[in-house]
Design a protein around this ligand. Sequence first.
Ligand SMILES: Nc1ncnc2c1ncn2[C@@H]1O[C@H](COP(=O)(O)OP(=O)(O)OP(=O)(O)O)[C@@H](O)[C@H]1O
Length: 470
Amino acid sequence: MTQMNSLRKQVLLVDDEERILTTSRLCLQGSGIDDVRTLSDSSKVLQYLAEEPVAVLVLDLHMPSPSGMELLPKIIHDHPHIPVIIVTADDEIETVVECVKTGAFDYLVKPVDSRRLVTCVGKALEMRNLSRELSDLTQRLLTDRLDHPEAFTAIVTGNKKMRAIFQYIEMVAVTRQPILITGETGAGKELIARAIHDLSGCSGEYVALNAAGLDDNMFSDTLFGHKKGAYTGADQSRDGLITRASGGTLFLDEIGDLNELSQVKLLRLLQEQEYYPVGSDFAKKSNARIVMATNRDLQGLIAAGKFRNDLYYRLCGHRIHLPSLRERLDDIPLLLDHFLGLVAERLNKKKPTPPPELAVLLSLYHFPGNVRELEALIFDAVVRHTSGILSMESFRAVIGDERLMAPPPTSADSVKDDDPLAAIFGHFPTVDEIEEYMIKEAMQLSGGNLGGASKLLGMGRQTLNKRLKG
Ligand SMILES: Nc1ncnc2c1ncn2[C@@H]1O[C@H](COP(=O)(O)OP(=O)(O)OP(=O)(O)O)[C@@H](O)[C@H]1O
């Protein structure tokens, strides 16, 4: 994994002037782009590209034969995936237009400004990574492959959307780019953050900080640490969590709760990998990989002026949205079985057998607290359980009340997205549709046994038989 990452960064500079090659290489390396190779003999470029995994090529147009102008069409033809940045003298605008038409990614004018060189190569590397990720993702989705299923063992699921998320994580976990995880409370965002860390290949620690309820002072002090004497009581300088996460992963939870000042500091950390310990005027560098999560609607917060637009766009590079539990009802039986076993073990009890209608009842509930809420419900039921089949009582107490409290929809079209019935049917269902659904479920749960299904449904065997035939 690490090797793949470094291959992605190889930058090749081609120029017949050794002095320019050295300056440009040092400038790129100084900005963190480590793997920079140089070639002063243009006749070796095609052979080099055929043998080495170059991610970005910076090509001088004016070189003795073959010139960059001559090489460009061949490179674009043979290696269309490599972004080529051409370097020209400033009186050659027509040539630039010609090169861009041929397929050059961007151009630099001599004498090359070092900041522009870094930005331009950085953009090309980002583009190259994105297109590689896209083709990796397509491949994974087509082959439905997981290279490291063991990283996801804590996440119980059989859902297709979740599997696609796992495939995406396998791809982006190695990139060191920040990742934003969104999804409702209790949907499993922290478990995803841990899986990302496990797959990242980072040797450092996984360190988590929940930003909810932290004012800027607490946030900065906890995350960035402070200098001795930064404030009354700061008798010693202290490192923040960011130092502990060095070479590892920093998981920032509830970032939708950050205030304006903390958002600016987070943006600097993401953009420049830089931060200031409280009371210090000297920036420190961080190499921690940053994974963030929120259950809040960031776009809504932006519209309300409570979240910075620039931070949001910086966060969106790699984004994972976890579906709520009601959007993956097929996971309920698996989670039910998982938590029954887990809780029984914790309580030192025999794993209870759930009644078959329990999964149906649970699938009708909208679970605002998602998997966490399901776990708590099961915990409560297992605590009360003595022997035999698990009682439905504690589930009915919560689910029944909740359903009674839910406001009735005003029209079929006004059903909210989080309505459990809408989640199953995609719209507010008619009584006939519900009946058909219940009958199908009961037949499935009873393994096609008419007697068992009629018992589950509380209807006579003959009536059920009639409905099935009708
Ligand atoms: N798919 C799953 N399999 C097993 N356990 C799960 C799953 N999803 C969530 N959980 C469990 O549910 C609980 C909540 O998960 P987690 O803390 O990851 O949610 P979250 O989305 O980060 O919530 P919040 O937004 O409130 O921080 C944890 O105990 C976690 O272990």
